[in-house]
Each structure stands twice: as structure tokens, then as C-alpha cells.
Design a protein around this ligand. Structure first.
Ligand code: GRF
Length: 214
């Protein structure tokens, strides 16, 4: 059984989807702890309810990004997880984290990268009249929302308000993030020399630009 650490900053709905799949044994892993930079993150309540250890490292108590990351690094090293999952973790990580945990650190981003890195992706998709929008799961590198792509899910978009679009994107995230985590924990997805390897997965290769009806 693999050991996962999940990093959050907010609602933690993705965390919940991962907790549910671990509890249902769809993911062969245990969440060793949930770390939040935000003491008020609702995801902390979700973790506590599930009996998972929570740790808060409040970024406001650190004078620099480097010092915050140093604290995070010490914690991560101490727990020595097989996989670190960023699930709505709203901090840019420095090389201390991205380089030391390269290949063990994944993120979900609500856009079809390389389109719309950063914030307000849904608003941008609507403003640009995009016909498709989606989510990307990738290994984390030192480049913001960069790093080797593992999977992308696409949905078609029409004339809808931002809240509706966010809700649909969340549903998509809750479907594909746990699925990818399951495969990583089974050793069926891994990073080898900057290339994402898929082993014995029926959908091999087609995780990129996969279309979903949501
Ligand atoms: C998700 O949309 C994720 O893609 C982005 O932040 C959001 C987190 O939502 N990185 P939640 O906290 O998991 O509900």
C-alpha cells in the first residue's frame, strides 16, 4: 500500500474524491496526512472527519517563500511519501520542493494546458468563447503549471455562466484525478526520464484530450 500526502488550500473537494476512493480500496494507498497553508481550509475538516492527520503551515507566518518551502520540505521528508498530491494547493513551489520531489509530485489544473496557466481559467475560457475546456493532470516541475502531462479531460462548453462551468469542471476532476492516482499507486503510470509511462492501461496514450460528457 502506497503512502500519499495531499496538499490543499481550500474546499478540498478533490481531496474528498481521493479519500473516498482510498476508503473504497479503489486506490491502494493511505493518506498519511493532509497539509494546508490555509488554517481555514474546509478540506481540513474533511480530512479530520475521515480520521486523517492534518498539518497547517500558515504561509503568512513565513517571511519568504523559501522559508515556507523549507518547512514544507522538512515535513515531506519526514513522512517520506510515495506520492504528493496537490489538490487546490494555491502556492507556487520553489525548486527545493519541485526538484527534490520530481516524479513524486502531481497537480491538477483546471484548464487544457498549456492554455491558461495560473488563475481564473474558467473566466478566461468563457471570455474567449472557447468551445472546449477541461482539466490537466501533470507532474510538477519548476515551471508554473508546467511539467510532463499525464492526462487531460475535455468537455464542450457553450453559453453557460462561470459557476455552472466550475461545477462541471469539478465533476470531471473528481472523476479523473482519483483514477490517475490509482494508476500511479499501482505502478502503472510513472515518470521515466521526463517521459510519462503508461503500463497495461487499456486507454494507453489516449488520456490526453480524452473527451467526457458532463
Ligand atoms: C480545482 O479546480 C483544482 O483544479 C484547482 O483548484 C481547485 C481546487 O478545488 N487547482 P478543491 O479545493 O479540490 O475543491
Amino acid at each position: 500500500m502506497k503512502k500519499i500526502i495531499v496538499l490543499i488550500s481550500g474546499s478540498g473537494s478533490n481531496l474528498q474524491a481521493i479519500i473516498d476512493d482510498c476508503n473504497a480500496k479503489r486506490i491502494d494507498a493511505e493518506i498519511a496526512c493532509v497539509i494546508s497553508n490555509n488554517p481555514n481550509a474546509f478540506g481540513l475538516e474533511r480530512a479530520k472527519l475521515a480520521g486523517i492527520k492534518t498539518i497547517v503551515i500558515n504561509h503568512k507566518e513565513f517571511v519568504s517563500r523559501e522559508l515556507f518551502d523549507n518547512e514544507l520540505y522538512i515535513l515531506l521528508k519526514k513522512h517520506n511519501p510515495d506520492l504528493i498530491v496537490l489538490a487546490g494547493f494555491m502556492r507556487i513551489l520553489t525548486k527545493k520542493i519541485t526538484e527534490n520531489f520530481y516524479g513524486k509530485l502531481i497537480n491538477i489544473h483546471p484548464s487544457l494546458l498549456p492554455k491558461y496557466p495560473g488563475l481564473n481559467t474558467h473566466e478566461k475560457a468563457i471570455k474567449n468563447n472557447d468551445k472546449v475546456h477541461g482539466v490537466s493532470i501533470h507532474y510538477v516541475s519548476s515551471e508554473l503549471d508546467g511539467g510532463p502531462l499525464i492526462a487531460q479531460g475535455e468537455i464542450t462548453t457553450g453559453k453557460e455562466d462561470v459557476d455552472t462551468l466550475i461545477e462541471r469542471i469539478h465533476k470531471l476532476e473528481h472523476k479523473i484525478y482519483p483514477e490517475i492516482i490509482k494508476y500511479i499507486c499501482n505502478g502503472q503510470i510513472y515518470l521515466d526520464s521526463n517521459k510519462v509511462i503508461f503500463e497495461k492501461i487499456d486507454l494507453e496514450g489516449s488520456y490526453i484530450s480524452k473527451k467526457y460528457e458532463i
